[in-house]
Design a binder for this molecule. Structure first.
Ligand code: GLC
Length: 739
């Protein structure tokens, strides 16, 4: 193997030398440590006992074999906190008093930290609370690519970029599984929209699937050794994910070496024989397809005993690797504990993105500001629960107003609150009232009066968990409840506006941009979200988050909208699979729309950069109260890795953290490619005036593209431009090399 050492780059010209390196050894799954014991167990099991393991027992459990001392598998929603205990066969809470959990910043907030260390700790925290609740498998992380700014679960997912999503998925997986809980990567695969999620058929090129949508799953399986995968509701190229041989057998098991279990999404099974043959282990919940129907199928010979034994083996691998929590030990202490609350706080502090800070309005200078108007329903709204699906019965949640009030108490600053705009409520959502309404005149007047008499306005806007929800996409990115109209009225009486956006997905910030000298993205940011926000506003910490997705100027500029392939015409009113049992069957029989992924690999910034479509704030953007000077770039390369060493200095007067990003361009490529792609990143803490270095390792295999003709990955020789900087549009230092 030739190792090519590149000397320090001077004017972009490089000198090469040669030496050798070893091939990495394939990682063996921890799940393979019990094969003989499993063989023995299977030999003792009856057919009924085997089949009984392959479907739901309760709403969130599947059976073991009590006779043989094999415990049931206990599942718990994630992915941003361990869900409260439900009644065995319903969606109703069991009403325990010890199952209040830590509400972690949701996926897009975790991704905004660009921190693998924090993703690992996220998994640790989730596992510790899962175990306290007696759970074996966390139904998370949720790692689908954010293809649509309006996607209902964009807040739950991580990023529009596959590398950032993959890196964090691996660490979340390792953190959880190192601490005794299995993950269940979801939703495999291409669950990128909520509208008609139970029937939509995704039509996507193999290259886009391999380069964009599968990498987070592939990495978490190959590098994270994930024990579980959840098959998505949708179809991919005509086959339901829960019975998709290409996805479940050929790619997941044969190519990636997955040795764990595939469970269905809840109600996402559509056959018995095909689903079992094509790779599904457990039907959840219930037993419509994998109960008596499966038993009959085996007895009739339609399903072989050997495939049953394979599916059972895969379950027993997880069962014998994840030690069950004795029932008597579950739910004995409060789920949320200080150690986990600290993890949520550390993540929230590094997730907040400073988009803009004109006239250094931030951090708030107590000597200059004597009165603050905190305006917005989101200032007092908690985000742990809401909408359809997973949420967290949080032990507590510090709201923005509570955090700000606590931070500034005793400072001599008076803080007053006005709602400003009405809450978009559960009732509104369920009665399908649009969140895009005019401002409430009374609320607006109250807010304007308060703004007029205050030195500073902190406007807390954005969405809430009824606006962004599983089961339905938004049909706009407009700020709801007349916030734009309110902001214009506020800025007419007070120019000193800090706008804080509480949302998990992109929103239209054009009016915010015009009216607010300072803008922060503060996410659905967990139990300590309000504390973290106050830390940033006060300058206790310098903001260091970076956007995990593009903020477009207009929704219509984003790829699927621009190509008019989303939203799709619905064949008939498709209630969500969840809220309408009948719909579940309708979806199967009537079929849903095709989702044409016409933008192909040009998702997110790949689209905007390549098509030269201007954006409001680019992928990777995030300011600090400090400034980081990029001083030097050195690159060392062998056949397996390219390693970039970047030296930078914090030239500001605040200690801060920078996320150094590495993008690659292929200017002389013979194939169609995005203008640039993220290939590495590293966060670094630097005190004011301090100089430091980061090393970013880019495996050469990450420079490959999927060649459809060869049906394999290919490394195209040619020029490689390496751009290192502070965002996808803020390259600070670059060099060229050849492969
Ligand atoms: C839902 C979601 C999935 C969740 C499951 C159990 O439909 O799609 O993410 O884990 O049901 O609540």
């Amino acid at each position: 193997m030739k190792r090519i050492s590149l000397l320090t780059v001077a004017s972009g010209i490089i000198v090469l030398a040669a030496c050798t390196a070893e091939k990495p050894v394939e990682k063996k799954s921890l799940l393979l440590q019990h094969e003989d014991e499993i063989t023995e167990l299977i030999s003792q099991m009856t057919l009924e006992e085997k089949v009984n393991m392959l479907h739901g027992k309760n709403m969130f459990s599947s059976a073991g074999v009590e006779r043989l001392g094999i415990a049931d598998m206990q599942y718990a929603d994630g992915p941003f906190g361990i869900r409260e205990e439900m009644e065995p066969h319903s969606w109703n809470s069991l009403g325990l008093t010890t199952d209040s959990a830590t509400f972690y910043p949701t996926g897009s907030a975790l991704a905004a930290t660009w921190s693998e260390d924090l993703a690992y700790r996220y998994g640790v925290g989730m596992a510790k609370e899962a175990r306290l609740r007696g759970k074996d498998m966390i139904l998370g992380p949720a790692i689908n690519i954010q293809r649509l700014p309006t996607g209902g679960r964009t807040y739950e997912y991580l990023s529009e970029d596959p590398l950032l999503s993959a890196a964090l998925s691996v660490k979340y997986t390792l953190g959880a599984q190192d601490n005794g809980a299995a993950v269940c990567l979801k939703h495999y695969a291409l669950n990128n929209q909520e509208d008609a999620r139970g029937s939509v058929n995704v039509k996507v090129s193999q290259r886009a699937m391999r380069e964009i949508y599968l990498p987070p799953f592939e990495a978490a399986v190959k590098e994270g050794d994930a024990y579980g995968v959840m098959a998505a509701y949708n179809k991919v190229e005509g086959d339901w994910c829960s019975e998709n041989d290409m996805l479940l057998n050929r790619i997941l098991r044969d190519e990636w070496g997955f040795r764990g279990i595939v469970i269905s999404d809840w109600g996402g099974v559509h056959s018995t024989v095909k689903a079992l043959q094509n790779g599904l282990n457990v039907e959840m919940p219930g037993s419509r397809y994998f109960g008596q129907a499966l038993l009959d199928s085996v007895k009739s010979g339609a399903v072989s005993d050997s495939i049953i034994d394979i599916r059972v083996r895969e379950i027993l691998r997880v069962r014998l690797t994840v030690k069950p929590v004795p029932e008597a030990e579950a739910n004995q202490v409060m789920t949320s504990q200080p150690e986990q609350q600290q993890i949520a706080y550390d993540i929230a502090k590094r997730s907040i993105v400073l988009l803009k800070n004109e006239n250094k309005l931030l951090p708030i200078q107590a000597e200059k500001v004597k009165s603050i108007a905190v305006i917005g329903d989101n200032a007092v709204r908690t985000q742990a629960l809401g909408g359809v699906g997973a949420g967290v019965k949080a032990l507590y949640e510090v709201t923005p107003l509570a955090g700000i009030t606590k931070q500034f108490e005793g400072s001599g600053i008076t803080i007053k609150w006005a709602q400003g705009y009405a809450e978009y409520s559960k009732r509104d959502r369920e009665s399908r009232v649009s969140p895009y309404t005019n401002a409430d005149p009374k609320l607006m007047d109250e807010a304007v009066s308060l703004a007029k008499e205050s030195d500073l306005v902190i406007f807390v806007g954005g969405n809430n968990r009824e606006v962004e929800t599983e089961g339905r996409d938004r049909n706009a990115i407009t700020l709801p409840m007349g916030q734009d109209e309110l902001l214009k009225a506020l800025s007419a009486v007070n120019p000193n506006i800090v706008t804080v956006i509480v949302s998990g997905a992109p929103v239209d910030l054009r009016v915010v941009q015009e009216t607010s000298p300072a803008i922060l993205m503060s996410w659905f940011n967990g139990s300590e979200g309000g504390t973290a926000l106050a830390d940033v506003l006060s300058g206790e910490i310098s903001p260091s988050g970076k956007l995990p997705f593009t903020l477009p100027i207009r929704l219509e500029d984003s790829p699927a909208y621009s190509l008019n392939v989303y939203p799709q015409e619905m064949p008939q009113r498709q209630g969500d699979i969840f809220t309408n049992l009948v719909n579940r069957r309708n979806a199967a029989q009537l079929g849903g729309p095709d989702a044409e992924y016409a933008e192909d690999i040009f998702v997110g910034y790949r689209w905007f950069d390549t098509k030269e479509v201007p954006v409001l704030y680019p992928f990777g953007h995030g300011l600090s109260y400090s400034y980081f000077n990029y001083l030097n770039l050195e690159v060392d390369m062998d056949d397996d890795n390219l390693v970039a060493e970047v030296k930078l200095r914090n030239t500001g007067k605040y200690d801060g953290e920078e996320v150094v990003q590495l993008y690659v361009r292929r200017p002389d490529s013979k194939i169609e490619r995005p203008l640039q792609e993220l290939k590495g990143f590293q966060r670094i803490h630097l005190q004011a005036g301090e100089t430091g270095s980061v090393k970013i390792q880019v495996p050469m295999k990450h420079l490959r593209h999927w060649d459809e003709a060869a049906w394999d990955w290919q490394l195209e020789p040619g020029t490689v431009e390496i751009i290192v900087g502070s965002s996808s549009k803020d390259g600070r230092i670059q060099m060229e090399t050849e492969i």
